[in-house]
Design a protein around this ligand. Structure first.
Ligand code: GLV
Ligand code: GLV
Length: 327
């Protein structure tokens, strides 16, 4: 019979049909632990998984699936997967890069403009009658001519940099490795980490969540930032020390924040962030448009099917695993 694959992602009907041509689908509700959803006999039969970032794939769960050959993440980020454990077991990990870059960049720019022009406050002013009773709100600042600091210069960072150019912003970046191509294209100037933090009027984070980046924006970094600066995070919540961020926002260490991602998602409504007027919040929707999510699920499904039918997938996180299979 056909091999079994877990579907724990919003795969539309037409793509389910293409999976079912060669595989048996085992549905698991999005975000449900695989160990809780399936008994061990079923897990032992699983050859592939397509899932969201809400599915944790650690060494333990991989060990329960001895036939597992591919994890196809419906996301560009893959911090939900223990890639070292996957490497050790020759499990290919795939993701969905490129197709979401512009949607995320658009969200970043929405936040830059909402924060820079104080539009949350402005909206309230109009709605609650303050405009009528007290007159117009305080003047804000130009976006034009301000400095955008990019922490991380991957594909998404580059599209954000390109967008910033259209707003006549100065763009600077810091990345683990220098990106001489981005520099020679005139997209952004390199800064060391401290200079990036110190110079940015808007600091936008575009690094993956790893042991090295977890909590890497904390009290010290927030102190280096200008008190007029805004922090924008569309990457992963845990890159920022959220408690330190709350303190920095309260004490005026920075001017505001735009957050699409939080340490705990959904963000509990009791979070102090929810009552701050200088913070714009979104529900992890950087890639959340109809067109982008369709392109992502197309790619994730293709990655899954290709990997299991011996066709090299388009987007591999650990291509060395594919290379070793081909030998
Ligand atoms: C979403 O968070 C992604 O990594 O694509
Ligand atoms: C992250 O992986 C990116 O594409 O910038």
């Amino acid at each position: 019979s056909h091999p079994y694959v877990i579907v724990s992602a919003p795969v539309p009907e037409d793509l389910r049909t293409s999976i079912e041509a060669n595989f048996n689908i085992v549905d698991v509700p999005v975000g449900k632990r695989l160990e809780d959803a399936l008994d061990s006999d079923r897990l032992q039969e699983i050859a592939g998984i397509v899932c969201t970032v809400r599915t944790k794939l650690d060494e333990g769960v991989m060990a329960s699936m001895p036939k597992l050959r591919v994890i196809s993440n419906f996301a560009v980020g893959f911090d939900n997967v223990d890639v070292a454990a996957a490497n050790a077991r020759n499990i290919l990990v795939c993701n969905t890069p490129r197709v979401l870059d512009s949607a995320v960049a658009d969200l970043v720019f929405g936040m830059i403009i909402i924060l820079g022009r104080d539009m949350l406050n402005g909206d309230t002013y109009v709605r609650d009658g303050t405009w009528a009773s007290k007159g117009a709100p305080a003047l804000t600042r130009d976006i034009r001519g301000k400095t955008l600091g990019l922490l991380g210069m991957g594909r998404i960072g580059r599209v954000v940099a390109k967008t910033a150019k259209a707003f006549d912003m100065n763009v600077i970046y810091h990345n683990r490795n220098r990106c001489s191509d981005a520099e020679s294209e005139g997209l952004a100037e390199y800064r060391d980490r401290e200079a990036l933090l110190a110079e940015a009027d808007f600091l936008s984070i575009h690094v993956p969540l790893t042991d090295a980046t977890r909590n890497s924006i904390g009290e010290r970094e927030l102190k280096i930032m200008k008190s007029s600066a805004y922090l924008i995070n569309t990457s992963r919540g845990a890159v920022v020390d959220e408690q330190a961020l709350v303190e920095a926002l309260k004490s005026g260490e920075i001017a505001g924040a735009g957050l699409d991602v939080m340490v705990k998602e959904p963000l509990p409504a009791e979070s102090p962030l929810c009552s701050m007027r200088n913070v714009v919040l979104q529900a992890h929707v950087g890639s959340g448009t109809v067109e982008t999510r369709r392109a992502m699920i197309d790619l994730a499904t293709r990655n899954l099917i290709d990997a299991l039918t011996n066709k090299q997938p388009e987007a591999m996180v650990n291509p060395q695993v594919w290379g070793s299979k081909a030998e």
